[in-house]
Design a protein around this ligand. Structure first.
Ligand code: UD1
Length: 430
């Protein structure tokens, strides 16, 4: 099993190209189920989650061809996926696959919309909380789907097709918004989604659906008005840059010191995180090529942060922020309001010498003078990258176990960091 070895204490200097967003690439790939035409997606990151979803879609009958990476001066442009769901041969998404990646549950809406039936495994447990799917199901029921749960599977049918309706989500959910939005694009008439998630990845999917022929008003707002179509067409779409990868590297630079250009990043997609980063004392500047982050000496100022749906501070950057302020010159407070169990990095950061007290959904972090490298365990995707940030700051060697969590969501992490001066290597063992 691969491990990552980091020798801490090096500044980061240079340029890091930002990949396409995992959380946009996944629903965009799923959108291919809505049409028998070809959907071409550019800037798709090469990640374990993307590859797993490709297998799931192939199982439904989607034909996937991949163009190679472009060579030349910009080698990080990602891959181009051509997805064609001419014939959907299987409307079942099996437990063995869905249980390994929650986002694959989002095939449910498109399968019901196009095939009028679907059998999709419930996603099951997850390390960061219970993560129910009640709003996905109530949203699809509102569009006319008949849904039963049997032997761990959602069995759905809509013999006469889905029909648009007004749906008001009781709580903001990225996944439920994706599922209903995708289904509504092929439903009869108008669907109104109120209290929709506003994450940039939702906007990216909505824009792709518009290219495919749907009419969608309110993109970027919490009210989406979708005029469904009998048939959607193929399209060419480029995946939005990954704001979580952007934030992760920005926090890493603030942690180690130095100056890095995050190439292709969009500041407006993570303004709350960048504002919090500035409060720690880092300098952050939006430039035409992306975002420039630097910290030249000086101490890390403690902060108070609470995670919120977009445009608030993202839960997917909470662990990274915590790693940064372990070395602040005072006490920081970080509250997690989205997922109830998203503090598994705390015990691992403590192994490096961090001083963190947990009370319910709030962590109180008292800055220490130095972290010391140690062997640690990656527990989930975002938690594991917080250990990378901590390892880059720590004195001596940090060995991160179970890095398959990192490979789910970060493309060429070691390469991007080592090009900027980090001492980070992957140790492969048989
Ligand atoms: C997505 C992101 C994940 C991010 C999260 C919150 C992807 C692939 N994943 O996950 O990286 O951390 O948004 O920004 O894009 N909930 C319910 N009932 C439901 C659905 C959700 O109660 O039917 C709750 C969840 O338990 C959670 C909250 O709503 O407490 C938000 O979850 P949601 O936005 O749905 O997260 P995901 O879509 O799973």
């Amino acid at each position: 099993m691969d491990r990552i070895k980091i020798v801490g204490g090096q500044q980061l200097n240079g340029t890091i190209p930002i990949s396409g967003a995992k959380n946009a690439a996944l629903p965009l790939m799923i959108a291919s189920l809505l049409t028998d035409d070809r959907l071409s997606l550019k800037n798709v990151p090469n990640l374990a989650d993307v590859n797993l979803l490709a297998r799931i879609l192939r199982n439904h009958g989607v034909d996937l061809a991949v163009d190679g990476k472009r060579s030349g001066p910009a080698p990080y442009l990602g891959e181009t996926f051509h997805l064609t769901a001419r014939d959907i041969v299987d409307t079942t998404a099996p437990y063995e696959m869905v249980s390994r990646m929650r986002a694959s549950f989002w095939v449910l809406g498109p399968l019901i919309a196009r095939m009028r039936k679907a059998r999709v495994s419930l996603p099951g447990g997850c390390a960061i909380g219970t993560r129910p799917v009640d709003m996905h199901l109530s949203g699809l029921r509102a569009l006319g789907a008949e849904i039963d749960i049997d032997e761990g599977y959602v069995i759905a049918k809509a013999p006469n097709g889905l029909v648009g309706n007004r749906i008001t989500f009781p709580k903001v959910s990225v996944g439920a918004t994706h599922n209903v939005l995708l289904a509504a694009a092929l439903a009869k008439g108008e669907t109104l989604i109120e209290n929709a998630a506003r994450e940039p990845e939702i906007g990216d999917v909505a824009e792709c659906l518009v290219k495919m022929g749907a009419q969608i008003d309110g993109i970027g707002t919490s009210t989406l008005r979708i005029q469904g179509r009998d048939r959607l067409e193929g399209a060419v779409h480029s995946v939005v840059p990954d704001r979580i990868e952007t934030g992760t590297f920005a926090f890493a630079v603030a942690a180690t010191g130095g100056e890095v250009l995050l190439e292709g990043a969009r500041a407006e997609h993570l303004q709350a995180a960048l504002d919090a980063l500035k409060r720690t004392g880092a300098s952050v500047e939006a430039v035409p090529e992306g975002i420039r982050v630097s910290r030249q000496g000086g101490e890390i100022t403690p902060v108070t942060v609470e995670t919120q749906p977009f445009p608030g501070f993202p839960t997917d950057l909470q662990a990274q922020m915590m790693a940064l302020v372990t070395r602040a010159n005072g006490t920081s407070v970080i509250s997690e309001t989205i997922f109830e169990n998203r503090f598994m990095h705390v015990q691992e950061l403590a192994r490096l010498g961090a001083d963190i007290q947990l009370h319910g959904d709030t962590a109180t972090i008292t800055g220490v003078k130095a972290l010391r490298g140690a062997p640690v365990m990656a527990t989930d995707l975002r938690a594991s990258v917080s250990l990378v940030i901590a390892g880059l700051m720590a004195e001596g060697e940090t060995l991160i176990n179970r890095v398959y969590h990192l490979d789910r969501g970060f493309e060429r992490l070691e390469e991007k960091l080592s090009r900027c001066g980090a001492i980070i290597t992957r140790v492969s063992e048989g």
